[in-house]
Design a protein around this ligand. Structure first.
Ligand code: MN
Length: 250
């Protein structure tokens, strides 16, 4: 029988265990561990349902971007995970599996492929939840304990926004900008590709409170190369209720 924690430890994804179990189930992890196995029963990973329409975040995040981001980009991570756990030749070739179903460097290869795709799936699942409609562009701010913690750490919400925007703008290439809690302190950090602060490979690790996708696919259709404009507009559709929920979650 597979040991879920051992597998995640090996692949550097141990932090994902701590994430809400609704995002990644025990059964999904078991299936990934036994990738390519005969036991495969069918697709296990699925796109999470969006609780709003593709056009709900207009005019800040446009309908076309949302549709492609969700149905093509996120779907691709889900498909890849299902391919990995299926008895699929292409997936096996990616993993370097030979005719005898042996993989030369299984830890390294599965680690990279699973890290990218499981990371992509988890990050986007969180990202969708951390967005919400605000068609009238009402001032959008955190409240309660999270607002207090942000004021304590960054002096003011405005100062926090400035620092977060700067960090997200300056992150080179594809990746994510995060607000995390690390040993009781709030911290802004970025990760490359589909890594996240729950992974032990991350420079800064901690509990995720806020996530911003800064891959070009998240903004290029509407904002082209102007990432700062995307970030300025994104603040309008941040779901602070969800952020507060993540903040207070054990
Ligand atoms: Mn994305």
């Amino acid at each position: 029988m597979s040991d879920r924690r051992d597998f995640l430890k090996k692949t550097g994804l141990l932090g994902l265990v701590g994430l809400a179990s609704s995002l990644v189930s025990n059964e999904q992890i078991d299936a990934l561990e036994n990738f390519g196995s005969e036991k495969f029963m069918g697709p296990m990973f699925r796109l999470p349902k969006l609780t709003y329409g593709y056009d709900a975040l207009e005019p800040f995040i446009d309908k076309k971007t949302m549709e492609i981001h969700y149905t093509k980009h996120h779907q691709a991570y889900v498909d890849k995970l299902n391919e990995l756990i299926s008895n699929n030749t292409t997936a096996n070739m990616d993993l370097g599996v030979d005719d005898q179903r042996k993989c030369k460097n299984i830890d390294a290869v599965t680690s990279a492929v699973i890290r990218n795709n499981l990371g992509g799936h988890v990050n986007h699942t969180l990202f969708w939840q951390l967005l919400k409609a605000n068609p009238k562009a009402n001032p959008n701010m955190p409240a309660g304990k999270l607002a207090e913690a942000i004021n304590n750490e960054f002096k003011s919400f405005e100062e926090f926004k400035k620092q977060f925007s700067e960090k997200a703008t300056k992150h080179f290439g594809s990746g994510w900008c995060w607000l995390i809690e690390q040993e009781g302190k709030l911290l802004i950090t970025t990760t490359p590709n589909q890594d996240n602060p729950l992974m032990k490979v991350a420079e800064q690790q901690g509990k995720i409170i806020m996530a911003l996708d800064v891959w070009e696919h998240a903004y290029y259709l509407k904002y082209q190369n102007k990432r700062p404009d995307y970030i300025t507009n994104w603040w309008n559709v941040v779901n602070w209720d969800k952020a507060a929920e993540l903040f207070t979650q054990k």
